[in-house]
Design a protein around this ligand. Sequence first.
Ligand code: ATP
Length: 262
Amino acid sequence: MTVIPRTHPRYRSLRVRADLAEKMREGLVAPEGLMAHGRGEAFDYLLGERTSPEARAAIRAAAARILLARRPVFSVNGNVAALAARDVARLVARYPRLRVEVNLFHRTPQRARDVAQVLQRAGLREILGIRPTARLRGLPSDRGWVDARGILRADLVVVPLEDGDRAEALRAAGKCVISIDLNPLSRTSRTADLPIVDELTRALRLLARDLKELSGEPKERLRALASAVQGEDLRSRSLERIRKRLRTLAREEPRARPGPAG
Ligand code: ATP
């Protein structure tokens, strides 16, 4: 186990990395998952490592859409299980109609069982997708497997840290796609009906809170909240935020001094 001093200014980030590396060695996280995490971290730096107002609005709209959906499903891969199993369990505790499906890009039967076990330990009772029986059109090889009781018949799918091809296949199958992805430029964010550009664990805690607050609200109000934001606008506001932040930082950074040779 890597020892990280609590006083380190980036303690949390290093702790998460060490945990993910450990879970990669155990087989829960795919090696490619570590690279996806690194890409996410880079965008979190650019976004200021906090939930932006546009991400906050997207999360509220996502809660409203989930409450309005007939068969909402939350998709879980190795990274999501490693980073946020308890947060996923909390979501389901707040809203038990939300079903959870193991959905792996790099699928092996063992990894699917491992992901399910982590979710079970976090308190989830029903987990779909451990032995998927159906296929999603347009996705070759193992990436197309889904559960006939879950994603196949879902009208809404929440896809955190998803790959663009699958997000596109879900859209093409007529499902409402809500992504959680720190990269506003990814194909997933560009494809989703509702892109939440925020860090997974921050977003899930707010989503659980909103699901609790909004459950019991009249459908009219939920519909108004659900349509209060537009995917394209959310993405461009995130990009604009990064642009402004970089400009401000560039002004603040002390200019590099010329060396002795000039
Ligand atoms: P696409 O195929 O959609 O263009 P991609 O090639 O980046 O995207 P993946 O490699 O599967 O797809 O990456 C998953 C995405 O998850 C990355 O874009 C990364 O920004 C994002 N990501 C990684 N870790 C987190 C996290 N903790 N919270 C939110 N997003 C994350």
